[in-house]
Design a protein around this ligand. Structure first.
Ligand SMILES: [Zn+2]
Length: 436
């Protein structure tokens, strides 16, 4: 038996709430003596060992009866009980019976451009286990760009595409760049590059015939100009034929699935010839009655009752879900890179999207990879998306295993971002009381 097992007390600290106190105490004790990371003057370690959970690592791996170590805001070790040496003096948290997964990376969402509102949204996202959110093309002004560098306490990290690019769409949002010429399109990209946006968003959609959509000449110019500045381009798309044109033009990602019809062999072949291109499926609602009781932590009771009443079977929605679900299943089976996004701004919809992706035919494991390690890799967030030594300690503790039933991602016991437990009680209370 290994030394660390011999002296193993089953959990010195048994609850996560007690643990937070321990971490804060440990952190405070080092203030002024060291850099506040690992060791204080007494030789005690500030490392926390989380012990006994099933760990879903975010790359398709699962470790049963795992131990993982967190030092300040980082994972410093993850493995089976026999692999991980727990440092002397480490605080221990017993997570027996729990499942731990990486926090979610949402690659398509729309956040407010108002600082206070955006802050509240990032906290609400954290409540539901999201560690980073990419606001995709409707960000106005400097605040969204500035806030990318800020660690909102108890909040997710944010990224921004700034103002996306489209043909004029009067009556819709006037935030995006409206372009009609190649020069205008390239100038818009140069402005975005000067702002160091995280990705360029374009819309290629006639909105049911109401608008002209970006032409192949214009989106080719945007993709070319973005490439010159080292920026990826992701496309809102609706029609199969536009998706083919965008693939030929070198687009990096799709912010939605193809929605007008089932994809064909030509599309799959074009995509497989460009294996780096990412699909963010962003499925529509499935059009079936759903039990929304799990939202009671953040949605006021009267509002939840209305939402529940409105959640009914809708055959039309089922049909459009069906097209996109079949397309996701086919592209996923073909080996296309899948990431994760929800559109909209509601923090809880990530869990609905996870269920819908499984409903479409992906396995729970593949869906979790898409929503964690897959999305992080897509957005170049090297320190997020996986439970792995060196990465940011962003994880969700679940009361049940989502590999058995994906809706178990809703059974959240606690969320940790950057090694600190998110104050879900306060965030929930604020959300339940802050509605107009
Ligand atoms: Zn969107």
């Amino acid at each position: 038996m290994r030394r660390d097992e011999e002296r193993r007390p089953r959990a010195i600290v048994t609850s996560v709430v007690a643990l937070t106190t321990a971490i804060v105490a440990a952190a405070c004790s080092t203030t002024g003596e060291t850099d506040g990371s690992a060791v204080d003057g007494t030789g005690a370690s500030a490392v926390v060992a989380y012990d006994g959970a099933r760990v879903i690592t975010g790359d398709g791996g699962v470790i049963e009866d795992a131990v993982f170590l967190v030092d300040a805001d980082r994972f410093t070790g993850v493995g089976s009980r026999s692999e991980i040496q727990v440092p002397d003096g480490a605080a221990r948290v017993d997570l027996s019976g729990k499942t731990v997964m990486p926090a979610i990376v949402n690659a398509h969402i729309h956040l407010s451009s108002d600082r206070a509102e955006r802050t509240a949204q990032l906290r609400h996202l954290a409540y539901y286990g999201t560690s980073a959110a990419v606001s995709l093309g409707t960000d106005d002004g400097e605040v969204p760009l500035e806030m990318r560098a800020e660690a909102v306490p108890h909040g997710a990290r944010s990224l921004s595409a700034g103002r996306g690019i489209t043909m004029p769409e009067p009556g819709r949002s006037e935030v995006p760049h409206w372009v009609m010429t190649e020069d205008g399109a390239r100038a818009a990209v140069r402005e975005l590059a000067a702002q160091s946006v995280d990705i360029v968003k374009i819309w290629v959609d006639d909105r049911g015939g109401r608008y002209d959509k970006l032409t192949p000449e214009l989106y080719a110019a945007i993709i070319d100009e973005a490439g010159r500045h080292g920026l990826m381009v992701t496309a809102h798309v609706f029609y199969l034929e536009d998706a083919k044109g965008l693939l030929r033009a070198g687009v990096d990602a799709f912010a939605h699935g193809i929605r007008d019809r089932d994809v064909d062999d030509e599309l799959v072949e074009l995509w497989l010839e460009r294996p780096d291109v990412v699909l963010v499926p962003n499925l529509p609602g499935p059009g079936v009655a759903l039990d929304l009781g799990w939202l009671s932590g953040t949605v006021p009771a009267d509002e939840l009752a209305e939402m529940q009443e409105a959640s009914v079977d809708r055959p039309e929605a089922q049909a459009s879900f069906g097209i996109q679900a079949r397309n996701l299943a086919r592209l996923s089976e073909a080996g296309i890179r899948i990431a994760f996004g929800t559109d909209g701004s509601a923090a809880w919809t990530a869990h609905q999207e996870l269920e819908d992706m499984v409903r479409a035919g992906m396995t729970p494991s593949d869906v979790i990879v898409a929503a964690t390690g897959g999305s992080a890799a897509f957005m170049g967030l090297d320190d997020l998306g996986n439970i792995e030594a060196g990465k940011s300690a962003d994880f969700i503790v679940l009361d049940a295993n989502p590999l058995d039933d994906i809706t178990n991602t809703r059974r959240i016991s606690s969320v940790f971002l950057r090694g600190v437990e998110v104050d879900r009680a306060s965030i929930g209370e604020r959300e339940r009381n802050a509605r107009p």
